[in-house]
Design a protein around this ligand. Structure first.
Ligand code: AMP
Length: 185
């Protein structure tokens, strides 16, 4: 499966992800990673696998997307010895921000970052729990690039390849690494 690093270990990680039908609205299959996060060996295996492609890549900072991305991105930053930059919803950050509006699979939102969190030339890895349409990750990439950061790829636990997000990100020349994929939406 293109861009999804599926191995036996990854199949075990995938098996720990719960699917909730019709959340947060009818027709959405919500891929709930809280069941993976609450499993110690599973969480560790997921972080091990997520950092693997980026060892030696001189990542300066992980920029992770609120809220589940913080959990995954924080653990990855610690493992890689990188800094952590929170990308937050509108109005949550206390200092001067730059922001970008984007479309979700189920709504419209805005992502913001502190204007001084990223310096020109910083090598940044974007992290979230899941890539659906790619709107969130593309907004994150746009924000980082506005600040002069160099995006070194996007990492996520889950890809929903049928929604085209990971292909959209790759079309801009960025690597996408996901641990598992779910067909459909
Ligand atoms: P997108 O911007 O369409 O790629 O959507 C990705 C963001 O929305 C991530 O932050 C996910 O946490 C969340 N998301 C979108 N679709 C789902 C889904 N089916 N299950 C769980 N989270 C989702």
């Amino acid at each position: 499966m293109t861009g999804v690093d599926e191995t036996v270990a990854h199949a075990a990680i995938k098996a720990l992800i719960r699917t909730i039908p019709d959340y947060p609205k009818p027709g959405i299959l919500f891929r709930d990673v809280t069941t993976l996060l609450s499993d110690g060996p599973g969480f560790r295996a997921a972080i091990d696998a997520l950092v693997e492609p980026h060892r030696g890549a001189r990542i300066a900072k992980i920029a992770a997307i609120e809220a589940r991305g913080f959990i995954v991105g924080g653990a990855m930053a610690d493992r890689l010895g990188a800094g952590f930059v929170p990308l937050r919803k509108r109005g949550k950050l206390p200092h001067t921000v730059v922001g970008v509006d984007y479309e979700l699979e189920y709504g419209v939102d805005r992502v913001e970052v502190h204007a001084d969190a990223i310096e020109a030339g910083d090598r940044i890895l974007v992290v979230d729990d899941l890539i659906a349409t790619g709107g969130t990750a593309l907004a994150a990439i746009a924000l980082i690039e506005q600040l002069g950061g160099v995006v070194c790829g996007v990492a996520a636990i889950i890809d929903l390849p049928d929604l085209g997000g990971s292909d959209r990100i790759r079309a801009l020349g960025h690597e996408v690494h996901a641990l598992c994929a779910f067909a459909g939406d």
